[in-house]
Design a protein around this ligand. Sequence first.
Ligand code: DC
Length: 224
Amino acid sequence: MTDNIPVITIDGLASSGKSSVSKLLSKRLKYFVLDSGILYRAIAYIKINEPNSFSSKSLLNEVINNIYLKPSENLDFLVTYKDKDISNNLYEEEIGLAASEISKNEDIRNLLLPIQQGCVSMPGLIANGRDMGTKVFPNAQLKVYFTADIDVRAERRYEQLLKSGSKPSFKNIRKSLVDRDEKDINREISPLKAAKEAVIIDSSKLNIESILDKILELYKISGV
Ligand code: DC
């Protein structure tokens, strides 16, 4: 049934602009937007707070059974764990790095698959992450892959964290992004890579509106 609902996937490097572009695209198309990194971040956050919950496969199952993605009126998804909204606890860079480590785990990736696929609903979904086009939504109507220069990405992340009230260190952020890319690209299961039919966009020198126009143009051509 969901086969007829359009999906656009945006994969790419950490802080390459996937989330910002997805949000704007969602506003234009009125599609839902799934930031799949929040699921891996949620698990990292839970593991830090409840380390014992990860000591066996059945406990891991229980953790993941208690995670829900709740559609919000902004067309994105809030993450709840045991009915508590944890969405605002997930954006520190340490959580991102821990999420990258956790995302190597095949059991976790398999358990998260149906949660992500369950986000497809009318009128459509924009899904961003690392394996949206290669694994989670192989039949997506349009697949895009973002890359950008490391210094541009570190600067963006730095500004984002400053705005959210943190006191980030540029050097640490840059290092964390390099570490994360290395982990995400080289892991065995669902590594970060462009799907073969993905359109590659280098967002280093493009402003967000021109990226948006390019994707909308590609989407129109894709015939949806
Ligand atoms: O997109 P993000 O920075 O919120 O993602 C945090 C980490 O989660 C990322 O470094 C790797 C992992 N991740 C993943 O393995 N697969 C995805 N589809 C999304 C994120």
